[in-house]
Design a protein around this ligand. Structure first.
Ligand code: SF4
Ligand code: SF4
Length: 259
């Protein structure tokens, strides 16, 4: 991965001063990136006021290419159209769990809303560090579990971390759940109370206690049009990260098309 500077650059120079590797050179219209020096720290993305710097994904590895081809031969994804299919396929591919092809649920505006948010550099709030680890190309991904050392009385750490995140990112974040049903329930409560207004929600908690119920509540509520989820106990961080990686790839394509 390296980065490219898009035509929307205003030549403010902020990234030049930030790059720790001196991998950005002043050039007449916009900074030039020296790929050999860039370490992919993405610090320049953080400082660019107009989101003109975008990461370039690595080329698809031949093993991943073969794996994707085998998956699409084995799994019937014909029930899914266009970009929804891209997201569901990635969930199946990331987990080798073919049941997602039948149990996934994608709200009518969910993919577009998530792509717009990611293309705009929105915060991506995750309920587990494993989700963050699974989406390395998404610059704005955070998990606040470490800020909650112990569960508050009557609550879980995961839910408390989501309440904390809601204070910090009340508007237009992408919320991603790959682990804790209590975290997803907390987001639904916060949304119902008017505290938080997500751009979109990837809701894929896993397990036998509360996961299916939390996802049913997501799908039955006001967030349904912007929700990507599934029915049943299956879910998990790899599935959630897979969905976000598919959305991030679509967002990158959109950004590149607009440059
Ligand atoms: S990603 Fe890091 S090393 Fe690469 S150009 Fe940006 S600031 Fe420099
Ligand atoms: S921070 Fe963004 S707008 Fe400013 S010079 Fe760098 S790429 Fe251009």
């Amino acid at each position: 991965v390296t980065v490219v500077v898009a035509a929307t650059c205003t030549a403010c120079g902020a990234c030049l001063a930030t790059c720790p590797e001196r991998a950005l050179l002043r050039a007449p219209r916009r900074p030039a990136v020296i790929d050999a020096l860039c370490t992919d720290c993405l610090a320049c993305l953080e400082v660019c006021p107009v989101d003109a710097i975008v990461p370039v994904p690595p080329p698809v590895h031949p093993i991943e290419e073969a794996s994707y081809r085998i998956m699409t031969e084995r799994v019937d994804l014909s029930a899914w159209d266009g970009r929804d299919r891209d997201v569901v396929a990635r969930m199946v591919h990331a987990t080798a769990d073919e049941s997602f092809a039948g149990t996934a649920r994608v709200g009518e505006r969910a993919v577009e809303a998530a792509v717009v948010a990611l293309a705009a550099g929105a915060a991506v709030v995750c309920d587990a560090r494993m989700v963050v680890a699974g989406i390395p190309s998404v610059a704005g991904a955070v998990c606040l579990l470490d800020e909650v050392p112990a569960a508050p009385p009557g609550d879980t750490r995961s839910a408390a971390a989501i309440r904390r995140a809601a204070e910090r990112y009340p508007d237009d974040a992408l919320w991603v759940f790959g682990n804790a049903p209590t975290a997803l329930f907390a987001l639904l409560e916060l949304h119902a109370a008017g505290v938080v207004r997500p751009a979109a929600v990837v809701g894929l908690p896993v397990g036998y206690v509360g996961a299916a119920e939390s996802k049913e509540a997501l799908w039955a509520g006001d967030l349904r049009p912007i929700a990507i989820t599934n029915s049943g106990a299956r879910g998990g961080s790899p599935a959630a990260a897979g969905a976000v990686n598919a959305l991030a790839r679509l967002a990158r394509a959109r950004r590149e098309a607009s440059t």
